[in-house]
Design a binder for this molecule. Structure first.
Ligand code: HEM
Length: 384
């Protein structure tokens, strides 16, 4: 059957990677390579028409200075996995485990993992070391890697928090992240590893270049720094701060739109800051109304999280929504930064004053050093 391009059934178009504005900047080379591959395979043998079924989506390069879970566009389905190593594990065991996991991830991303349930669909991943394992094995990790302090209002569940090793795999569909999780756990088994917690997350599908919305309905990720920003990295690694935050979406949705917008400091539909007109306008927290009150109110989320209060320092937020039960839905806040002290400063301000607080409960936490990327002859963790 021929499928005309532009037809809604054009699965080649549907399967093509969607790049956001910033991802485009950092992943230009990936896109160029992918487009070349697609062009080479997209012409049907007998007709000159596109042959969508035979067009593999562009693979995500697994090897590189930084891990693909940070450099590739945010794929819509994710799974976070926290593993604990046996107390007897030493550095050699950790290196062996990371090399085994790296092999699985490399094969998954180039489509060579022998499993009929997996296709060559894009897969991105990252692996990160928790502070307790780093301390136990005296690993050479950045000095900034440390547990977070307790914050006012925290309701943390230890069984969903922490972990020696954190893995994140993302794909177009939870089918892929589930099968890949199975392969990772199989590869980890000989090392006596136990699974501590795992958490699935998702993003709504959005057209090219659009910022996905969170479960409050606001665009989330608008003010992110460029992933290439050197301020985020430490020797091609960075630190992940993870928070599982339950959101009372029904109560928030019951607020009038203007109250929601004042709480956030941004407009609901456009995502523009209350002081601007475009989504990517910088929120100006110093602009006042004629009566002297701030346009972005004193308790607005984007005021309290503003980089202007942190000497311009920014974190890269790559969050996901989660939906584990009708009364357990929210945000998997995943942010990457060189020093988690930045998170602590922002979260202290938010915990004290954020207008969103009545609708939020932080119920899990983790922090971990995201390792630099790997090469075929230098697997993940070879610097440890
Ligand atoms: C469920 C909880 C949260 C929700 C629903 C939420 C939502 C949002 C939204 C809609 C924006 C504006 C759009 C954007 O720039 O992405 C934003 C910005 C931001 N949020 Fe959150 N957020 C949450 C938790 C947090 C936490 C825990 C932190 C860090 C402690 C944080 C830090 C930031 C930062 C740094 C910005 C960008 C500020 C700027 O550069 O203007 N958020 N958040």
């Amino acid at each position: 059957m021929h499928i005309e391009s532009g037809n809604p059934q054009d699965t080649a178009a549907a399967g093509r990677p969607r790049f956001g504005r910033r991802a485009l900047l950092s992943a230009g080379a990936v896109l160029a390579a992918g487009a070349g591959a697609a062009a080479a395979t997209a012409i049907g043998r007998d007709s000159g028409h596109p042959a969508p079924a035979a067009t593999p989506p562009a693979a995500v390069p697994h090897y590189g200075a930084r891990q693909s879970g940070l450099t590739y566009r945010q794929l819509p389905a994710t799974r976070l996995l926290a593993l604990d190593l046996p107390a007897s594990a030493d550095r050699d065991a950790l290196r062996g485990l990371l090399a085994a996991l790296d092999k699985v991830l490399a094969a998954a991303s180039d489509g060579s993992l022998a499993d009929p349930r997996l296709s060559a669909a894009p897969v991105s991943s990252l692996a990160a070391i928790g502070p307790s394992l780093a301390a136990r094995l005296k690993l050479p990790v950045p000095a900034e890697l440390a547990e977070l302090p307790a914050f006012p209002g925290d309701r943390l569940d230890a069984a969903r928090s922490g972990g020696d090793l954190l893995l994140q795999v993302s794909a177009e569909h939870p089918w892929t992240t589930g099968v890949l999780t199975e392969h990772l756990l199989t590869a980890a088994k000989p090392f006596g590893v136990s699974s501590r917690w795992n958490q699935a997350g998702f993003l709504p599908s959005v057209p090219d270049g659009e910022t996905p919305r969170n479960l409050f309905g606001f665009k989330d990720g608008s003010a992110n720094p460029d992933p290439a920003d050197p301020g985020l990295w430490n020797a091609d690694g960075t630190i992940l701060v993870y928070r599982r935050i339950r959101m009372d979406t029904a109560a928030f949705a019951a607020l009038p739109t203007d109250r929601q917008e004042l709480s956030m400091g941004r407009h609901l539909m456009s995502g523009a800051p209350l002081t601007g007109t475009g989504e990517h306008d910088d929120p100006d927290i110093y602009i006042k109304h004629p009566d002297g009150s701030y346009v972005i109110p004193v308790d607005a989320h984007v005021r309290l999280s503003s980089p202007r209060l942190d000497g311009g320092a920014r974190m890269l937020r790559r969050g996901y929504s989660y939906d584990d039960a009708p009364d357990d839905r929210g945000l998997l806040f995943c942010a990457f930064m060189r020093d988690p002290a930045l998170f602590t400063r922002v979260q202290n301000r938010l915990a004290e004053n954020d207008a969103l607080n009545p609708f939020l409960t932080h119920n899990a936490t983790a922090v971990a050093w995201v390792l630099p990327g790997s090469q075929p002859d230098r697997p993940l963790g070879s610097t440890l």
